[in-house]
Ligand binder design. Structure first.
Ligand SMILES: CC(C)(COP(=O)(O)OP(=O)(O)OC[C@H]1O[C@@H](n2cnc3c(N)ncnc32)[C@H](O)[C@@H]1OP(=O)(O)O)[C@@H](O)C(=O)NCCC(=O)NCCS
Length: 148
């Protein structure tokens, strides 16, 4: 499957919002978030298109890790529309974001996946990632946008 990759735009909102809902399993109004991401030098948001339809995205945030004295990056979301999976599109998005992060001088790229997300765990392992620690989370009121 040939997908073309490009930087996201505000006009991709509807498709990105659907993909984000599929990723985190809850709806939200993500307009302000998309606007902030697109105007921040610390964020990269790349979409995959097939026949002019956005069917996947990858979102990376790059930051200074003071403890390491180096640039690090978090992969904040990688999702491919369910009917387009297992065709190499996730791989293309991941490779592009790794290329961008490497070019910037990022030393460590982190990604989280739910422990029961076998597809994501297999996918990331297949691409060379390994488990280094467990993530803990504080749920602060109103912090996640989650409604459940
Ligand atoms: C994880 C995800 C992005 C992979 O995208 P994709 O386009 O299907 O991935 P690819 O086709 O490039 O897969 C490459 C390899 O990853 C592994 N993989 C992908 N999906 C898998 C699955 N469901 N089960 C087992 N291995 C899987 C396989 O090794 C696969 O190679 P193969 O198809 O030759 O066996 C996709 O499943 C997805 O969008 N999931 C929902 C969102 C999510 O959980 N994102 C990750 C957390 S941020």
């Amino acid at each position: 499957m040939i997908a073309s990759l490009r930087e996201a735009r505000l006009t991709d909102y509807a498709a990105i919002n659907d993909l984000a809902t599929a990723l985190v399993h809850f709806p939200a109004d993500r307009r302000a978030s998309l606007d902030a991401v697109l105007t921040s030098a610390e964020h990269d948001l790349i979409v995959a298109e097939v026949e002019s339809e956005v069917i996947g995205y990858v979102h990376l945030m790059t930051y200074q890790d003071l403890s390491h004295g180096a640039l690090a990056a978090d992969l904040l979301g990688l999702v491919v529309r369910s009917d387009m999976r297992r065709r190499g599109i996730g791989t293309a998005l991941l490779r592009e974001i790794i290329r961008l992060a490497t070019k910037r001088g990022v030393g460590e790229l982190h990604v989280n996946a739910e422990p029961d997300n076998d597809a994501a765990l297999s996918f990331y392992r297949r691409h060379g990632a390994h488990i280094v620690r467990t993530q803990l989370e504080f749920d602060l009121a109103g912090g996640s946008g989650r409604r459940d």
